[in-house]
Design a protein around this ligand. Structure first.
Ligand code: NAD
Ligand code: ZN
Length: 342
């Protein structure tokens, strides 16, 4: 089969012919239909420090996908060929304390699809049945391929009560923009989002943010005054990984504000702990998605009219993958979909 492979310890990816993945007795074999390029794939493509430390080569990469089940192992009774599915990209051990308690997103031994085990940028991917999420018939395939990053946005946003609340999101990348859509869908009032790139803010506003703030030109404090919010934001979602963005978020929370942190900082981040202590802020780190409460909420929201499709800026046949990775690296793209149905 064709697959996008990190073939050697260097920048780039290659399209190669590789063996089809094995299907164990508890596994499901999926014919991939659409994939999406994630920031993690860009780290692997660009072969940065994290990728060099993390990815064994050769490795088939990719974890955001939708496809159709074509085969199941002998232990698998709940899934059948023909179903349209995505995969939870975190494969958990099932045996640690958290897994045994049903808190699988807190597994102590998570392994990543397309990171630690063969991924989905391929004609076929094999996954444990416990990682399979069945979509309803007729779901838009491009949207279905985004359930992994939409899940990051959803998991981060739905940590807190959002109905009637004012939300500040730092970082209008694809995940920040989709989080704006989720917050509005869940009944938030003002959803203010910051970035340093106008096109990203425009996209976030299209998805539902009520106000974009380009922090190179505007101050969040001025927008707070403009909106008549005298006490700051009730909920903060850090989705940039940028230290100054995180600090500006903390400075604009109301007393007792709730903050969830998804963005991964690329450097040591110093924060003003006095803001956390004296304003009694709650900070919570977020990793991945809840298995499978986040997936349930996403499916219901999409069925109830949550529209995230405008986060897709590029649709390409998988053979044009290089164009997709170039667009991501050039900062022109939000979500790039590769079509494997060609
Ligand atoms: P992204 O890099 O596309 O988006 C980050 C955005 O932050 C960019 O648009 C960038 O312009 C913006 N930004 C940079 N400096 C800023 C500043 N000073 N103020 C405001 N915005 C600023 O990333 P993404 O794919 O949307 O993901 C968002 C973050 O979440 C990333 O840090 C990513 O690594 C992280 N992530 C975490 C998990 C997890 O499980 N914790 C999963 C996926 C992604
Ligand atoms: Zn575990």
């Amino acid at each position: 089969m064709k697959a996008l492979v990190k073939a050697e310890a260097a920048v780039g990816l290659e399209m190669q012919d590789v063996a089809e993945p094995d299907v164990g007795i508890n596994d499901v074999l999926i014919k991939v239909k659409r994939t999406a390029i994630c920031g993690t794939d860009m780290h692997i493509y660009n072969w940065d420090d994290w990728a060099q430390k993390t990815i064994p080569v050769p490795m088939v990469v990719g974890h955001e996908f939708v496809g159709e089940i074509v085969d199941v192992g002998s232990n698998v009774n709940d899934f059948k060929p023909g179903q349209i599915v995505s995969g939870e990209g975190h494969v958990v051990c099932g045996r640690c304390r958290n897994c045994m308690a049903g808190r699988r997103h807190l597994c102590a031994h998570t392994s990543g699809v397309g990171v630690n085990r063969p991924g989905a940028f391929a004609e076929y991917v094999s996954l444990p049945m416990s990682n399979v999420w069945v979509h309803r018939k007729g779901i838009d395939l491009d949207v279905a391929s985004l359930f992994d990053p939409l899940g990051n946005a959803t998991h981060t946003a739905l940590q807190w009560d959002l109905l009637g609340e004012d939300v500040l999101i730092t970082g209008a990348g694809p995940i920040g923009a989709m989080a704006a859509a989720v917050c509005r869908h869940a009944g938030a009032r003002h959803v203010v989002i910051t970035d340093v790139i106008d096109s990203r803010l425009d996209l976030a506003v299209k998805l539902g943010a009520t106000r974009g703030v380009n922090v190179t030109r505007e101050k969040i404090e001025d927008v707070v005054a403009e909106l008549g919010m005298s006490e700051g934001f009730d909920v903060g979602l850090e989705m940039s990984g940028n230290a100054s963005a995180f600090n500006s978020l903390l400075a604009n929370m109301c007393h007792g504000g709730k903050v969830s942190i998804l963005g991964i900082p690329s450097e040591d981040t110093k924060i003003d702990w006095n803001l956390v202590i004296f304003n009694m802020l709650t900070l919570k780190g977020i990793y991945g998605r809840e298995m499978y409460e986040t997936w349930y909420k996403m499916s219901v929201m999409i069925d109830n009219g949550l529209d995230i499709s405008s986060v897709i800026t590029h649709r390409l046949p998988f053979t044009d993958f290089q164009q997709g990775f170039d667009a991501m690296n050039a900062g022109e793209a939000s979500k790039v979909i590769l079509n494997w149905d060609v």
